[in-house]
Design a protein around this ligand. Structure first.
Ligand code: NGQ
Ligand code: ZN
Length: 473
């Protein structure tokens, strides 16, 4: 961050860390960071921004390639008479089959389309939990970072901030199971994994729009010894970067971990992995009360992905207890069955209402606004999980912001927290009008400058993949 602003935005109203403010003058430096935030200021030659200005929303969990499979896994996969029926586990088989057909160009085309969709939905940064490291037969690309670089390239073209989280995926499943053919592309030895991470850190050093962390996939796919080796090795590469892991998404994950180790997975991680504010436990769906409190006090972020968790039949996160314990959390679109910050926040709250037959579960006390609380928690937790200075309109943060159209009928007559509540809990129109990331307008009047070309490339990829295999996964 430079000390001096090179230009100014003047916002009729903006959500600042202390709440809504009028006539806010934002100073931006040449690098795209905020250097000053002055409420009640004169317009004085600044670029005028009409509407309501919010910090851009971090999307802390994405598997970009799954965007192209969204909608293709909604046919029954289990056999008639199979009492268990379809589940997360049958979905997972279909998903593993899908990746056998995806090359680097496909990955980049799908990611670019997805990231434009994210920006239009108000997401300004993404955590890409990336495990497609190897080619379809399980051999290394000439550049081991090929597939990761393609996702970063897509992010740069779209203009979304990127936290690249290369995944360590060591075994096929519990008990050291052999990988199936779909999983071949994910598996790296810890040494190769750390080389990949080191290479990515070097490639994006000094780039304010990219951060590199790591993601041991889950305690199911990474045995304790590999997890420890990866964490030790990563501490020598970057001792402050984010660490993400899938945790306790399915009851079976909990049961198997108890059978193997005697401990529930989140309890085990809290005890053995040094979980702290660098960590993001994605899903963390099935927690007992001790784990709920332990996770909250660890400072880690719970990475909640309500639309995917619903789509996959995972279960419901114990939100009220976790909020009561002061836990941090953020949202992710994960499998991208929905790319909408509104839908993630809305369904997080609705899941709780349905389960508890009550209302305003996330509201912060008497008279507190539910949508506003959800939004502000997800901004701060998401920023922490992505390890970048984002999530607030404050000096030192990236100039990542979303402008809501306050002329839209959905927001008519709304101000302050009622405006956020109305955005999140009324209707399905998208009032996101403009979006800025790192000081650049990337969405203007609801459009991205490259959206037509990006969508054409995406359509060509999907058509080719469908043509290669018939009707889909
Ligand atoms: C993933 N997705 O890595 O894409 C996982 C499924 C797994 C979610 N957990 C595969 N939602 O957990 O092995
Ligand atoms: Zn995931």
């Amino acid at each position: 961050m430079n000390e001096t602003a090179e230009r100014y935005l003047w916002c009729a109203r903006a959500l600042l860390p202390g709440g809504w403010a009028d006539a806010v003058r934002l100073g931006l430096d040449a690098a795209g960071d905020l250097v000053s935030v002055e409420p009640g200021a004169d317009e004085d030659g600044a670029e005028r921004v009409a509407g309501a200005v919010l910090p851009g929303m971090p999307n802390l969990h994405s598997h970009a390639f799954q965007r192209a499979a969204a909608g293709l896994t909604e046919r029954r996969h289990s056999a008639d008479g199979d009492a268990a029926g379809d589940s997360f586990w049958t979905w997972r088989e279909v998903m593993h089959g899908f990746v056998t057909r995806l090359g680097p160009d496909d990955h980049e085309a799908i990611a670019a389309q997805l990231y434009v969709e994210m920006l239009k939905a108000g997401y300004t940064a993404v955590g890409e939990f990336h495990y497609l490291h190897l080619d379809p037969v399980g051999a290394a690309y000439a550049d081991p970072g090929e597939m990761a670089h393609r996702a970063v390239r897509a992010a740069k073209r779209a203009g979304i901030g990127m936290t690249m989280l290369p995944v360590l995926y060591s075994v096929g499943g519990y008990g050291g199971a052999q990988p199936n053919p779909g999983q071949r592309r994910y598996i790296l030895e810890v040494d190769r994994f750390l080389e990949l991470v080191g290479g990515l850190i070097g490639a994006y050093a000094g780039d304010a729009d990219v951060r590199v962390g790591i993601a041991p996939h889950s305690v199911r796919q990474v045995p304790a010894a590999e997890l420890k080796a990866a964490l030790d090795g990563f501490a020598g590469l970057d001792a402050a970067a984010p660490i993400h892991i899938h945790a306790a998404e399915q009851v079976k994950d909990v049961d198997e971990h108890v059978r193997e180790t005697g401990a529930r997975p989140v309890a085990w991680l809290l005890e053995h992995a040094g979980v702290d504010a660098r960590w993001c436990l994605v899903h963390a769906t099935h927690l007992d009360i001790a784990e709920t409190r332990g996770l909250a006090v660890s400072g880690a972020v719970a990475g909640l992905c309500p639309t995917t968790e619903a789509n996959l039949g995972d279960g419901l996160f114990p939100l009220a207890d976790y909020l009561g314990a002061g836990g941090a959390w953020g949202i992710g679109s994960d499998s991208h069955v929905s790319v909408s910050a509104v839908e993630e926040l809305r369904w997080l709250e609705y899941g709780q209402r349905l389960a508890t037959r009550s209302r305003n579960v996330a509201a912060p006390g008497h008279g507190g606004a539910t949508g506003a609380r959800l939004l502000t928690d997800a901004l701060s937790g998401g920023a922490r999980a992505l390890g970048r200075p984002i999530g607030a309109l404050a000096p030192g943060r990236r100039a990542d912001l979303v402008v809501l159209d306050t002329d839209h009928p959905q927001l008519a007559g709304r101000a302050g927290d009622a405006l956020i509540d109305s955005w999140i809990f009324s209707g399905n129109a998208n009032p996101v009008r403009h979006v800025m990331t790192g000081g650049r307008w990337v969405i203007r009047d609801g459009r991205h400058a490259e959206e037509d070309a990006i969508a054409d490339a995406y359509r060509a990829t999907v058509a080719r993949m469908a043509g290669a295999e018939g009707t889909g996964p």
